[in-house]
Design a binder for this molecule. Structure first.
Ligand code: PLP
Length: 479
């Protein structure tokens, strides 16, 4: 469109005041704050100008451009204002079968952890007050004792996440010095955590040894110099090297560390407190085992296999942990009261391991066997067929779920899904609409079906899921 043509059309966009005075928007102002309506009206105008300029806007015949643009302004403003007035962080029903889905907030907290957060939020607490002495206390006190009891370590510290834990440990123990790591362990986690980068950030110098598939004890021994401050072992949590391999394990590294008087650190990543083999999952070393092997510092996440809040947990020898506690960085990486409360409640679940398996949702979801999921899948399939059988075909399919969160990458968890085959929508349309419902629903697309893996569906979410799906499918093919 030539410049002056679209300038002419721009001028047909009604002014803000005129739009705001339309009855539809006047009544909207009862529910939506005025600031949000104002920014919505400006955004609507900007959208229309963009679409006029790019030629995307189609003016229908039989209506004056000005009238058409007025209707568009009112409709778009309403949509944008209503959207702006609803929470941006929304509830999502996870039917992907990925138990620790980083994009969906990782671990679902236990009942007790949720209650603890609620209590911490609803009033004051002794976060940094020792109630016995009336003096200032440590915010780590509520979790430190539990962590040492559960892991057998001398001391513990908790920071914002495991990336922060690694940064703090390296920065405290090896700043300006060398850290020896196997080439097979220079991992990248989740696109933003890379051992070489974290190392550089901490001020420690990385010394790579061995080859990708094999690193022998003598590789570490030969690389040790006066500059060496730490031997680091990184759990290759999100991939496996198979075949012709040799890893120097923690116990071997500890032996070398003792010989050369150097601390050994293990970045465990997930850091399970229970034997994953007992949940029918691939066996991972537990935190207790790594501590028992003599590692001086062990770091792991709070919201991976532990099933707690986002946190980076550091356990190990007191002399190293004390140095970390004094590091200024600890203040910057400190956890808030919600994390303290949820982590304490989560750790308390582990005092009774047999119960933890049922009470910690992450463990319960990971441990669920296909035959245990069958009643859920059957019931869901039946409810959906009753509610929306005319709009879609529902059937049960065997699939594999994943642990996620970069944990246990080789585990496949035999699971069941309800496959949804919509009749008048494409499966991509259905998936897109389900991202826009309240709560949003996320499944897995496969061929012409949307697969709803029941492993990650929470017990209270069954009916909301049926309702949202039935409504969305009934919405028809247009729009
Ligand atoms: C996940 C992971 C991290 C990062 O932990 P966050 O808690 O996500 O910060 C670091 N190291 C390893 C080995 C991991 O698996």
């Amino acid at each position: 469109m030539p410049d002056k043509d679209y300038n002419r059309l721009y001028r047909q966009i009604p002014p803000v005041d005129e739009v705001l005075n339309k009855p539809a928007l006047a009544s909207l102002a009862q529910e939506v704050p005025r600031t949000l309506i104002l920014s919505a009206v400006r955004e609507a105008a900007a959208q229309l100008r963009d679409e006029i300029k790019s030629g995307k806007l189609v003016l229908p015949s039989g209506i004056e451009p000005r009238d058409f643009l007025t209707v568009e302004m009112v409709n778009r403003t309403t949509t944008l204002a209503v959207r702006g007035n609803s929470p941006n962080l929304r509830r999502v029903l996870n039917l992907t079968g990925v138990v620790l889905h980083t994009n969906l907030g990782r671990a679902v907290l236990s009942n007790n952890a949720r209650l603890a957060i609620n209590q911490a939020a609803s009033g004051y607490s002794n976060l940094e007050l020792d109630l016995q002495t009336g003096k200032r206390g440590s915010r780590y006190a509520p979790v430190e004792g539990l962590l040492t009891t559960l892991t057998g370590a001398e001391a513990a510290l908790v920071v914002n996440n495991n990336a922060a834990a690694v940064l703090l440990a390296l920065g405290t123990l090896a700043k300006g010095h060398e850290v020896i790591v196997s080439r097979g362990q220079l991992v990248e986690i989740g696109g933003s955590f890379r051992i070489p980068e974290v190392m550089a950030q901490s001020g420690a110098r990385l010394v790579e040894v061995g080859a990708t598939n094999k690193t022998h004890p003598y590789d570490y021994q030969n690389a040790i110099t006066n500059e060496t401050a730490l031997l680091l072992h990184v759990h290759t949590s999100n991939y496996r090297i198979v075949g012709f391999t040799r890893e120097t394990n923690i116990a071997e590294l500890v032996a070398i560390g003792r010989e050369f008087n150097l601390p050994v650190m293990s970045d465990l990543g997930s850091g399970s407190l229970v034997n994953t083999g007992k949940l029918d999952l691939p066996v991972e070393p537990t935190v207790q085992e790594v501590v028992g092997d003599g590692a001086d510092v062990v770091t792991f996440s709070g919201d991976k296999l532990l099933g707690g809040p986002q946190a980076g947990i550091i356990v190990g020898k007191r002399k190293y942990l004390d140095r970390m506690k004094k590091n200024q960085l600890t203040r910057a990486l400190r956890i808030d009261k919600f994390t303290v409360s949820a982590l304490e409640a989560t750790l308390r679940e582990y005092l009774n391991p047999a119960e933890a398996r049922h009470n910690v949702p992450t463990l319960a979801m990971l441990a669920a066997r296909r035959n245990e999921l069958a009643p859920v899948a059957d019931r869901l399939c039946e409810k959906l067929t009753t509610a929306a059988g005319e709009q879609a075909q529902f059937s049960i399919m065997e699939i594999d779920s994943a642990v996620g969160g970069g944990a246990l990458p080789t585990a496949d968890l035999p699971s069941l899904a309800v496959a949804v085959l919509p009749r008048s929508l494409t499966v991509t349309q259905l998936a897109a609409r389900l991202r826009d419902t309240e709560p949003a629903v996320l499944g897995r697309l496969q061929d012409d079906a949307l697969l709803l893996d029941v492993r990650t569906l929470q017990p209270t979410e069954e009916d909301p899921l049926v309702q949202v799906l039935a409504q969305t499918l009934a919405g028809g093919a247009i729009g």
